[in-house]
Ligand binder design. Structure first.
Ligand SMILES: Cc1cc2nc3c(=O)[nH]c(=O)nc-3n(C[C@H](O)[C@H](O)[C@H](O)COP(=O)(O)O)c2cc1C
Length: 414
């Protein structure tokens, strides 16, 4: 997930370092936004080093990226820990005088507030009214813990422990997914997981205007990316299409099989699960002509196009990971039955030949699967090639969920 961690100016800012560390170690991409006061307690280098990301705290830096809007819009979750009485008051009243308060006004993501302050400040009618306002608006405000405060005081007002904030935040995300009508399988079972999905059909150029292509629309790949993101994964989407990508995904645009190969092979080892959905051309024109191939007036001859084989990316992925069996590899195969065997026979042979962990065999034909919203797929696992799980005809979102259900199960065993 893309998480914004807002830190406001209380002594407990040091505890946010531990929270940041926990979230980063689980694979979340955490951007820290400290307030000016927070930076008096813990400096920018600490936040930058622990998050591995640049730290911004005002709206006047990198203005071309419009950070006061972008960070909130692209977040899957915003946590403010510690939240001072001042920050809570500003949020309740919609003030926006720094980057963190701007972010709180622009985000659509669940917002978790973990207050920390002296007991008197926490119990003050103003703070309690502000907390009630935020809760009424749907923000998830934790109760502070009770215990030793700064100095010799004890009482309610202590920042909750990092692990409790984390658990509270994940529950808030799950609740928001439920409210959005997501299915039961949309639990955050991919949280902390990095997945790479390839999508679309490659285009192999003949000349500057023509290409050899295929009918893949990218719908299935983008549906997989979307569901993975919903389930908490950090998604890399290598795609040939400009279909919408999930918020927070790292989108790599490619066109040809060779570009797709480079993009996937160079990134695969940084991911836990790689799903190759893209329809990669088996062949490409041997040469790309620099100027448009002309028809010669008065001659009936058409040019002959010599083709060469493209690399088999899935086979190379299997080879690249070697004995390590990491990442988990999922292949998609478009299959039709013929006189040598049915769809399942061909799929089983391909699974064993390629050596990926899961093969999703798509039944294709005229008007079936490519470009459509529905498809029928057969899921075959290398560990049990004789067992088949058939899904469909079903919406591609349903297929995506079924594929992740199996991949998650495999990941939990690995
Ligand atoms: C040593 C020290 C500790 C503080 N601790 C807290 C605290 O735990 N909670 C709080 O609400 N304010 C605390 N304050 C006051 C805030 O720093 C102050 O209200 C500040 O304006 C908050 O700014 P911010 O909300 O923009 O981060 C503390 C101030 C100092 C000097």
């Amino acid at each position: 997930m893309r998480i914004v961690l807002g830190v406001s100016g209380g002594i407990a800012a040091y505890k946010a370092c531990l929270l940041l560390r926990r979230l980063s170690e689980q694979g979340h991409e955490v951007t820290v936004i400290p307030t000016e006061a927070a930076l008096r307690f813990v400096g920018e280098p600490t936040w930058a080093a622990l998050s591995g990301r640049p730290v911004q705290h005002d709206v006047w830096t990198s203005v071309h990226e419009v950070p006061h809007v972008r960070l909130g819009q692209s977040a899957d979750l915003v946590i403010v820990a510690p939240a001072t009485a001042d920050l809570i008051a500003k949020a309740a009243h919609g003030l926006a005088d720094d980057l963190l308060t701007n972010t709180l006004l622009t985000t659509q993501a669940p917002v978790v507030i973990a207050p920390a302050m002296h007991t008197e400040m926490w119990q003050h009618a103003a703070t309690q009214a502000n907390v009630a306002t935020l809760r009424d608006r749907g923000l998830h405000v934790m109760d502070p813990a009770s215990g030793r405060l700064t100095g010799s005081d004890t009482g309610p007002g202590r920042l909750a422990e990092p692990e409790d904030i984390e658990a509270f935040a994940l529950a808030a995300v799950q609740e928001s997914l439920g409210a959005g009508g997501a299915s039961a399988s949309s639990a955050l079972d991919l949280a902390g997981t990095r997945v790479l999905v390839s999508a679309g059909g490659t285009r192999e150029p003949l000349d500057p205007v023509r290409y050899l292509g295929n009918r893949s629309s990218g719908k299935q790949g983008h549906a997989l990316a979307e569901d993975a993101s919903r389930r908490g994964a950090q998604v890399t989407l290598v795609t040939t299409t400009d279909r919408p990508a999930p918020t927070g995904a790292d989108v790599v645009g490619v066109e040809t099989a060779l570009e797709m190969r480079d993009a996937v092979l160079s990134r695969a080892a940084d991911h836990d699960i790689v799903v190759m959905v893209a329809a990669v051309a088996d062949f490409r024109p041997k040469a790309r002509v620099d100027s448009k191939i002309k028809k010669t007036i008065g001659q009936d001859d058409a040019p002959t196009i010599e083709l060469v084989r493209n690399p088999d990316i899935l086979a190379e992925l299997v080879q690249q990971r070697g004995e390590a069996r990491f990442p988990i590899l999922v292949g998609f195969a478009a299959e039709t039955g013929d006189r040598d065997g049915g769809v399942l026979d061909h799929a089983r042979a391909k699974l064993i030949r390629k050596g990926c962990d899961l093969l999703v065999a798509n039944e294709v034909g005229d008007g079936v699967t490519f470009g459509q919203d529905t498809s029928t797929v057969h899921l075959l696992r290398l560990a049990h090639p004789d067992e088949v799980q058939t899904i469909g005809p079903a919406d591609k979102d349903v297929v995506a969920r079924a594929v992740w259900d199996v991949a998650v199960e495999m990941h939990s065993w690995s």
